[in-house]
Design a protein around this ligand. Sequence first.
Ligand code: ADP
Length: 269
Amino acid sequence: MNFEKELRVRPGKRVKLSRYDAADTFGYEKGPESKKLVEKAVARLDELQDVFYAENKRAVLIVLQGMDASGKDGTIRHVMSGVNPQGCNVTPFKVPSHTEAQHDYLWRAHLAVPERGQIEIFNRSYYEDVLVVRVHKLVPEEIWKKRFEQINNFEAMLADNNVKILKFFLHISKDEQKRRFAQRLNDPAHQWKLSPADFAERKYWDDYVEAYEAVLTKCNTDIAPWHIVPANHKWFRNLAVSRIIARTVEGFHSKYPKPSFDFSHYKLK
Ligand code: ADP
């Protein structure tokens, strides 16, 4: 089944997250078969990236958003596991540094926009400026309200300049977040990922849902669509994201460039 299209939010649609099942797997089941499908998509992406990199015509910008513990890091680790490191990069968006805070909110994002031939992943993004910033009232409403349109304009400008934008919202349920936090608490290899802020942020779950619904409704365009990825099941999340990226790069029909000179005069001795 082609579930990729179903995950893509139709532009103009008013998103209510309660209508999306975070545990959906679109009929797929966990097991060796679905594992193979992920491996296939990851391998396909590796092949495609080689020619996409060589062609050097356009760039891909992947925006990953989701509640705490929704699996942003894990998605990056799995989906990009086969890709040539020379052709990709990850930029995390943290609390703005002193220098970043001296600029407009899109400045640091624009600096990290990929050059041609590159796949860039934003682990969080400029969308934080209408999410955490809104939830915690870090700027007045009249400021963040204008940002939806500014972001749409920014993304349209990038699209016009050969940057293909793919946006993923990793959708987990509140119960699943609790389960993952509890797991992290009990696992020394994962405790470092927890911070007191995570517990504090969980109290704002409903505010974040409201803020995300606004983003998924107002900043969802044909040129920069959002995908709502059911992410309670990590294997399905990996399958969905890797397939969507692979299919997108496939759609470029990239070709290896022709050599710039005639090799017939060259002899290997
Ligand atoms: P992560 O949770 O992504 O693994 P951190 O624990 O370092 O990484 O969290 C980064 C934090 O930075 C998040 O709480 C996020 O909301 C915050 N952040 C990102 N961008 C901004 C911003 N523009 N203003 C305020 N906080 C931000």
